[in-house]
Design a protein around this ligand. Structure first.
Ligand SMILES: [Zn+2]
Length: 326
């Protein structure tokens, strides 16, 4: 990121969303912004590094940014695409966690369990979020405390965007759960469907139809895997529900890291091996594997008017989605 920031002709505007203390230092949360400056333009937000040990999420985003920035030098079709859509990249949401090699942030809080939202019904022990100790993973923070600075910065960013834009997608890149790459959408706190479920079903159909050979992504609500307290994207989605102009689909890419461990069990002895591909060829494969999905999300967002369910048909789409997923 620093290398890009030094460039005089960086094809992006850079904002510092927030900064977090780490010893004597202050580490910034950078947001790189490119594409349309029209306030109501549709927006894609790419985020990564919410969990400090999941370095691959940040690397996937940096690698994709590299592709986009380099194409800007020569690819006229990209310039014409970016007239219709704005891209926001926050590659590293939890810089202290990544520096210290911890899942949590500098205060020992898991940013994915920190939002003020309680799960309905039982959650898995510890994994679903706990308030016992910051020395145990999945710590939610003290009850009643304000949200951590990193989570609050993301909420603020989405709030600003959805207030003007008619269509917004966010993709938050994680790793460490399952044998398969999964694309999750809300909710995590309840097994009930979220309001934009019909639109989500339409996006899934569009992707399946356009890229049938990318069938390795399992696309489903997070609650089908497990429910949690304090999910950041549940909270961001619900907080912005009545403040926004149009559709907002918060997606999480959960890269199936158990597959990398299965193929190379020795990496269990590497501190970060449970969450990241270790062998160079596999690392490179993961970096390129998700570029098609990210490119698809940009194109689907730029042309959302051509596939998003018409308000008249919304109920029918919701019905189909509920039949399929619930
Ligand atoms: Zn994660």
């Amino acid at each position: 990121m620093d290398r890009w920031l030094e460039q005089a002709d960086l094809p992006a505007r850079v904002n510092t969303l927030s900064a977090v203390e780490c010893g004597e230092e202050c580490l910034p949360l950078y947001c790189f912004e490119t594409g349309s400056t029209k306030p109501d333009a549709p927006v894609v937000i790419f985020t990564g590094g919410v969990h400090g040990v999941e370095r691959i999420g940040t690397q996937v985003i940096l690698s994709f940014m590299n592709t986009i920035f380099n194409r800007m030098d020569w690819d006229e079709s990209l310039h014409s695409l970016l007239k219709d859509v704005r891209l926001l990249f926050v590659p590293l949401v939890n810089p202290v966690g990544m520096l210290k090699r911890t899942r949590s942030n500098g205060n020992g809080v898991d940013l994915m369990r920190n939002a003020p939202i309680e799960a309905m019904g039982k959650v898995p022990f510890l994994l679903g979020g706990q308030r016992m100790s910051s020395h145990i993973p999945w710590y939610r923070g003290r009850k009643g405390d304000p949200m951590q600075r990193e989570s609050a910065a993301l909420l603020q960013l989405v709030e600003n965007v959805v207030a003007d834009s008619r269509f917004v997608i966010s993709l938050d890149c994680h790793s460490g759960f399952g044998h398969q790459d999964q694309v999750w959408f809300p909710y995590a706190f309840t097994p009930d469907p979220f309001d934009d479920i019909g639109e989500m079903f339409a996006l899934r159909l569009l992707f399946r139809r356009t890229h049938p050979t990318f069938s390795f992504y399992l696309i489903e609500p997070q609650s089908r895997n497990y429910t949690t307290h304090g999910d950041l994207w549940d909270y961001v989605y619900r907080e912005t529900l009545h403040k926004r102009k149009g559709t907002y689909l918060p997606l999480t890419l959960e890269m199936g890291s158990w597959l990398w461990v299965k193929k190379n069990p020795l990496q269990l002895f590497n501190a970060l091996g449970v969450f990241n591909p270790v062998l160079p060829h596999r690392h490179e494969r993961v970096l390129r594997r998700h570029q098609c999905l990210m490119e698809f999300l940009i194109r689907a967002t730029a042309s959302y008017k051509n596939w998003l369910p018409h308000p008249v048909d919304r109920r029918e789409w919701m019905h189909q989605a509920i039949e399929y997923w619930y």
